[in-house]
Design a protein around this ligand. Structure first.
Ligand code: TYM
Length: 336
């Protein structure tokens, strides 16, 4: 593989509790894109290290995310699936790019501010430098498109800025400026407990999210218990957008049924939540139940998963190595 005009790179952190937000904001879209792009899907284990991880769990979760990709419908023959740490070029390019990233750019990153919280001085350098490694992930393959959820938008803008900084400093057109692909009805899935908070892997309440490994009963229960108001569903998007929890559930419904927001709303307008939640649970269980079952089946065969990752690493390295060699040449790093 050379540098085709349409190459996708994207990834998920193997940090546990893979949830509906990861599926609808990212993985489901990848499945749709894999037939029209040359796709590289990574399990970004180096990124996971920016927060403390239990080594055994990190291993298990790396396999679990791999299983989720495949179970969701990503074809490991057509696409490259690998874990980040098997391709040394990510860390190497990360360093090289960090040398042309002004601190001012990193200081703007809202995700660092959220994750570091009030303990900023105790946050690791890795957490701070995280977006540079993310830029390296994408640029190492000269990826042109990056399908992600809404929360990654700022990081992608930074990746574009870093690519531009490299090209300008060395007077080359080497790195393409990667385009974010943020689409579908659920680009930002919210917590089931609080419609103003993003659904996240780290929320302490398991009722805030639907995990991709939840069984049918749990999925249905979580939806039934999801926070809502007492009014029936409205019939305009304008009215819906004033009700965060209702909007979130309608968006999830739309994404799962491949409808536009307005189409989904037209279908459910006027319903009470008891009825709507039943329908939503039904479509959720139909889709997630199948994926969850397939994940369990795949995870029972770690030999198969590791084989996919090994082959993926070889294919990824084969693209990364010559790109990195060119970067060395451009920057004046001697390769005797
Ligand atoms: P991560 O692991 O937090 O999330 C993986 C993907 O899921 C999306 N996502 C959501 N989408 C909608 N609603 C939500 N509540 C929600 N939560 C998560 C994320 O936007 C993401 O697409 N930095 C990235 C991983 C990464 C990466 C990359 C992505 C590392 N290198 C290079 C693309 C390209 C992250 O932490 O994603």
């Amino acid at each position: 593989m050379g540098s085709p005009a349409n190459r996708i790179f994207s990834g998920v952190q193997p940090t546990g509790n893979l949830h509906l937000g990861n599926y609808l904001g990212a993985i489901r879209n990848w499945v749709a894109l894999q037939t029209s792009y040359d796709c590289i899907f990574c399990i970004v284990d180096l990124h996971a290290l920016t927060q403390p991880q239990d080594p055994k769990q990190l291993l298990a979760q790396t396999r679990e995310v791999t299983a989720a990709y495949i179970a969701a419908g990503i074809d490991p023959e057509r696409c490259i699936i690998f874990n980040q740490s098997t391709v040394p070029g990510h860390a190497e390019l990360g360093w090289l790019l960090s040398c042309m990233t002004p601190l001012g750019w990193l200081n703007r990153m809202t995700q660092f501010k959220e994750k570091a919280g009030k303990q900023r001085d105790n946050a690791g350098l890795g957490l701070y430098a995280y977006p540079v490694l993310m830029a390296a992930d994408i640029l190492l393959y000269k990826a042109t498109h990056v399908p992600v959820g809404e929360d990654q938008k700022q990081h992608l803008e930074l990746s574009r800025d870093i690519a531009g900084a490299f090209n300008r400093r060395y007077g080359v057109e080497f790195f393409p400026l990667p385009e974010p692909q943020i689409f579908g009805a659920a680009t930002r899935v919210m917590s089931l407990r609080d419609g103003t908070k993003k659904m996240s892997k780290s929320d302490t309440s398991d009722y805030s999210r639907i995990n991709m490994t939840d069984d049918a009963e749990t999925v249905a229960l979580k939806i039934r218990k999801a926070r809502t108001d007492s009014e029936p569903l409205p019939d305009t998007l304008e009215a819906l957008d004033k009700r965060a929890e209702a909007a979130n559930l309608v968006d999830i419904y739309a994404a799962l049924t491949d409808l536009k927001r307005e189409e989904a709303l037209a279908r459910v307008a006027g319903q009470n939540f008891s009825k709507f939640k039943e329908d939503l649970a039904e479509v959720s269980v139909a889709i997630l139940g199948k994926i969850g079952g397939e994940m369990q089946r795949l995870m029972a065969d770690p030999g198969y998963i590791d084989g996919v990752l090994k082959r993926g690493a070889e294919r990824a390295n084969a693209i990364a190595r010559p790109h990195l060699a060119e970067v060395f040449d451009i920057m004046g790093l001697l390769r005797p």
